[in-house]
Design a protein around this ligand. Structure first.
Ligand code: AHR
Length: 504
C-alpha cells in the first residue's frame, strides 16, 4: 500500500485548456469509414447512410476536432476524386494500406457526418505524391467565398457556403520511409514552407501544422524537428507529434510508464522548437499538435497482417482492429493526464483513431456498436476537464522502469472551472494500491464535496469489451470523500480515476 499526498492549488496553473486537445482522427483505412461510420444498409442508418448508433457514441465520446482523411492514406490521395456525383467517382488503389478506395465518401459527405456528430474538421493535404498547387485548390474549394471555378463547383456539389476549415496539416509523417513521397527534412521543410506561404496568401486566417517526427524513436528525431522548423518557423503555428504505445513482452509495469515517455517526447519537441526560436531571436512559440496518439499493438499487426497478392486490393478489409483491455485503458487515461499536464504547449491532439481502426468505438456490420475500454477515460476527460489545467504535485512512491529508472507511481493533474474542479489520477503500480490525500485548502475549499467519482479498474487486467460481451468493462464508483478540506481517494493497483468536486 502506498500513501500519497498531493495539493490542488489554483496558483499552479498550467494554461487554459484548448478544447482541440480532445480531437480525433478519421482515416480512409480498413473499416473506419466503410462498414464503420457509413453503412447504408444498417438498421440505424440515417438518410445519408451514416449509422446513428455510431453517431450517438461519437457524440458521447466528446470529440472536438477531427483530422481527416489520413494518415498514410493522404499521401496518395486525390481529394477531387471524392467530390461530385457519387456514381461518377473513380475507384483508386490505396497504396498505403493496399486497398481499393471507392471514393463513395469524400469531403462533402464527411462534413455531413461531422455536422451530425458535432465536431470540427481538420484537413490534411497531400504533400507526398502532390504539392502546393493541389493544396491551394483544396483550400480554395473549402474556404473561399468569392465566385471562382472551384467555389462554383463546390456550390454545384451542394455546398454553396464554405467549409471554413481552420486547421490544416502540411502532409503526414513525411520523415517515415513507408510514406509515399517520403523526403528528408530539408526537402520537406522547403516544400512545407512554400506551401504554407501560398496557403496563407489565399486564406491568412488558417492555422498550419508542420510534420514532426512520426515517433521519438525515429533515427532522425530531433534533427528533423530542428531542420523542418528552421525552414517553416515563420509559416506554421504547430509541429506535430505522433506516439503509439503497446505492452511488450508481457511487461505491464513498463507499459504503465508510457505517460513518462510521452512527457519526455513533448519536452524534447518543445526544447527543439524553442531552440529554433532562440536562434532567430524570436518570441514566437510553436505549439504542439499531438495529432496521432493511442495504444496500438503495431508489432502484433505487422506480424499478423494478411499479405495480398498483386491483384488483390480489397475494399474496407478488417485492418488494425485492436481490442483494448482494462490495462490499455489505464495507460490511455495516463496519456490523457500527460496531455493536460502540457496544456501550455499541446494545443491540439487527435486520438488515432475513432471507429474500428485502433478505436474506442467498434461496430459489426448489420450488428451492434460498442464502447472499448479506452472509450471511458476519453469521454470522462473530455466532459470533465473544463477551464484551466493545474499542476498537481504528488508525493508518492515510484515504480521501476527499464527505460526511465524510477518513475512516479501516482500521476495526477487537475482542471478548475467556474463550477468546481476535477482531479484526474492514475496508479501505475502493478502491485500496490495507493491512498491519495489531496489538500484542497488552497482552493478555499469550504463546502466542496465529491459530486462525481469514477474509477477504471479490473482485477483481470486483460478484461475487454467484445462483440460477445460488449459491456464486460465499465466505470465503477471510486472511493473518494472530502473531510476537512482534504480529499481522500483510494486507487487500486493499475487504476485510473476522475473525481469531480463542486459545491454541496
Ligand atoms: O493511425 C495509423 C497510421 O499510423 C497512420 O496512417 C499513420 O500516420 C501512422 O503511422
Amino acid at each position: 500500500m502506498t500513501d500519497a499526498t498531493a495539493r490542488l492549488d489554483p496558483y499552479l496553473e498550467i494554461a487554459p485548456i484548448d478544447r482541440r486537445i480532445f480531437g480525433g482522427f478519421v482515416e480512409h483505412l480498413g473499416r473506419h469509414i466503410y462498414d464503420g461510420i457509413f453503412e447504408p444498409g444498417h438498421p440505424t442508418a440515417d438518410e445519408n447512410g451514416f449509422r446513428r448508433d455510431v453517431i450517438d457514441l461519437v457524440r458521447e465520446l466528446g470529440v472536438s476536432t477531427i483530422r481527416y482523411p489520413g494518415g498514410n492514406f493522404v499521401s496518395g490521395y486525390r481529394w477531387e476524386d471524392g467530390i461530385g456525383p457519387v456514381d461518377e467517382r473513380p475507384r483508386r488503389l490505396d497504396l498505403a494500406w493496399h486497398a481499393t478506395e471507392t471514393n463513395r465518401i469524400g469531403l462533402h459527405e464527411f462534413q455531413q457526418w461531422l455536422d451530425a456528430v458535432g465536431s470540427d474538421l481538420m484537413l490534411a493535404v497531400n504533400l507526398g505524391t502532390r504539392g502546393t498547387a493541389e493544396a491551394l485548390d483544396l483550400l480554395e474549394y473549402a474556404n473561399t467565398i468569392v465566385p471562382t471555378a472551384w467555389t462554383e463547383r463546390r456550390a454545384a456539389n451542394g455546398h454553396p457556403e464554405p467549409f471554413a476549415v481552420k486547421m490544416w496539416c502540411l502532409g503526414n509523417e513525411m520523415d517515415g520511409p513507408w510514406q509515399l513521397g517520403h523526403r528528408n527534412a530539408e526537402d520537406y521543410g522547403k516544400l512545407a514552407s512554400r506551401t504554407a506561404k501560398a496557403m496563407r496568401q489565399l486564406d491568412p486566417s488558417i492555422e498550419l501544422v508542420a510534420c514532426g517526427s512520426s515517433g521519438r524513436t525515429m533515427p532522425t528525431f530531433g534533427s528533423w524537428e530542428r531542420e523542418v522548423l528552421q525552414h517553416t518557423f515563420d509559416d506554421v503555428d504547430f509541429i506535430s507529434c505522433h506516439a503509439y504505445y503497446q505492452e511488450r513482452d508481457g511487461d505491464a509495469q513498463e507499459f504503465l510508464t508510457s505517460g513518462e515517455d510521452m512527457a519526455r517526447f513533448i519536452a524534447s519537441v518543445v526544447a527543439t522548437a524553442d531552440h529554433v526560436a532562440a536562434e532567430r531571436g524570436s518570441d514566437k512559440r510553436i505549439m504542439i499538435s499531438f495529432d496521432e496518439w493511442n495504444v496500438w499493438y503495431l508489432d502484433r499487426w505487422e506480424a499478423q497482417q494478411k499479405q495480398y497478392g498483386a491483384d488483390e486490393w480489397p475494399i474496407a478489409p478488417r485492418q488494425l482492429e485492436d481490442s483494448y483491455s482494462a490495462l490499455d485503458a489505464v495507460v490511455f487515461g495516463d496519456l490523457m493526464i500527460t496531455l493536460l499536464q502540457h496544456a501550455d504547449r499541446v494545443r491540439s491532439a487527435s486520438l488515432a483513431q475513432l471507429v474500428n481502426v485502433i478505436a474506442p468505438i467498434m461496430t459489426e456490420p448489420g450488428g451492434p456498436t460498442w464502447r472499448q475500454t479506452t472509450f471511458f477515460p476519453f469521454s470522462l476527460t473530455s466532459r470533465l476537464a473544463q477551464g484551466r489545467a493545474v499542476r498537481v504535485p504528488v508525493t508518492a512512491g515510484t515504480v521501476p522502469s527499464a527505460r526511465f529508472g524510477d518513475v512516479a507511481a501516482v500521476n495526477a493533474v487537475a482542471t478548475i472551472d467556474n463550477d468546481g474542479a476535477t482531479l484526474f489520477l492514475v496508479n501505475r503500480s502493478v502491485s500496490d494500491a495507493a491512498t491519495v490525500r489531496v489538500d484542497l485548502s488552497p482552493l478555499g475549499a469550504a463546502g466542496l464535496v465529491v459530486v462525481e467519482a469514477h474509477l477504471l479498474h479490473e482485477d483481470d487486467l486483460a478484461a475487454a469489451n467484445t462483440l460477445e460481451d460488449t459491456d464486460r468493462v465499465g466505470i465503477r464508483r471510486a472511493d473518494a470523500r472530502v473531510t476537512d478540506a482534504e480529499l481522500t481517494v483510494a486507487l487500486p493497483p493499475v487504476s485510473w480515476a476522475a473525481i469531480r468536486l463542486g459545491s454541496a
